[in-house]
Design a protein around this ligand. Structure first.
Ligand SMILES: NC(=O)c1ccc[n+]([C@@H]2O[C@H](COP(=O)([O-])OP(=O)(O)OC[C@H]3O[C@@H](n4cnc5c(N)ncnc54)[C@H](OP(=O)(O)O)[C@@H]3O)[C@@H](O)[C@H]2O)c1
Length: 253
């Protein structure tokens, strides 16, 4: 397929690489940041533009991979009759695109994507077209880059998935970042924790998280918890989070 990518951030870069690796032709990368758009275009062996007025109108599919809040602004005055146009946001209705074309939808990669990544991970894709034309094209495109594709059933379904994704990825990573900062302040090496991080994540493949909780909270080791909280007096933000999560673990039994 011939594809135009609008945006030059994380999703634009990783999906662009996936499309290229699958044999699709990227006709253009359009981004307001001229240097990021041209760097991505160079990597994808195509041309770039930094104004929507210069948009190439010859593609089969247009992927709008900009920040959620920017989608509305980017599509102002955009008209692509006959083309399939999608955005990549889980939390934005597909209908935001209804004045752009008669064939529109969402192409949501359920993965944490960073343009700096050196590998191309398998990315579960949830796609949904508003009509058969969009649905068929998106299905073909999704299957060409992913072994885990699903038709998502409506905006609310994707939004709910997104909430769950924030818990398992964004919040978890934030906890890693807090531990990293704590280790730095206390003179500990964060890398000692990497095997633990990996084991905890890998275990979810075989055991439900609700069945595999360990640690002082689930054991009700009150004295240990008190010692931890005493140490965390120097780190009030961490102390609050520790207390909140300890209570949550104990309530969920
Ligand atoms: N990253 C993920 O893991 C992930 C996964 C699934 C879905 N998504 C969705 O994919 C979309 C893009 O996410 P991302 O992670 O790729 O974001 P990102 O790396 O922050 O890139 C955002 C892109 O949007 C552009 N942009 C921001 N505001 C704009 C505006 N007002 N006008 C024009 N362009 C604007 C940025 O341009 P500048 O560089 O000039 O700021 C950049 O090209 C979002 O809807 C997000 O919800 C992300």
């Amino acid at each position: 397929m011939d594809i135009v990518i609008i945006g030059s951030g994380n999703v634009a870069a990783v999906l662009g690489r996936k499309f290229k690796a699958a044999g699709h032709k990227i006709l253009q990368v359009v981004g307001r940041n001229a240097s990021a758009a041209s760097a991505l275009a160079y990597e994808l062996d195509t041309e770039s533009a930094n104004y929507m007025t210069l948009l190439n109108k010859n593609a089969d599919v247009y992927i709008i991979a900009v920040s959620d809040d920017a989608i509305e602004k980017v599509i102002t005055e955009l008209e692509l009759p006959g083309k399939v146009v999608v955005h990549t946001a889980a939390a934005v209705s597909k209908d935001i695109l209804k004045n752009v074309t008669e064939h529109y939808g969402v192409f949501y990669p359920l993965q944490s994507l960073r343009k700096e990544t050196s590998s191309l991970p398998d990315i579960p894709v949830f796609f949904e077209g508003n009509d058969e034309v969009a649905q068929k094209k998106l299905e073909t495109l999704a299957n060409s880059i992913s072994s885990q594709t699903s038709t998502s059933t409506g905006d609310e379904y994707r939004l709910k998935l997104h909430v769950a994704a924030v818990f398992v990825s964004n919040f978890t990573n934030h906890l890693y970042a807090l531990a990293e900062s704590y280790c730095k302040k206390e003179g500990l090496d964060f890398r000692h924790l990497l095997p633990l991080i990996e084991e905890t994540a890998l275990r979810t493949r075989t055991t439900l998280p609700s069945q595999s909780q360990t640690g002082p909270a689930i054991r009700h080791d009150t004295e240990t918890i008190e010692k931890h909280l005493e140490l965390l007096k120097e780190h009030p933000r961490l102390k609050n989070i520790y207390t909140l999560l300890t209570e949550s673990i104990q309530q969920s039994i």
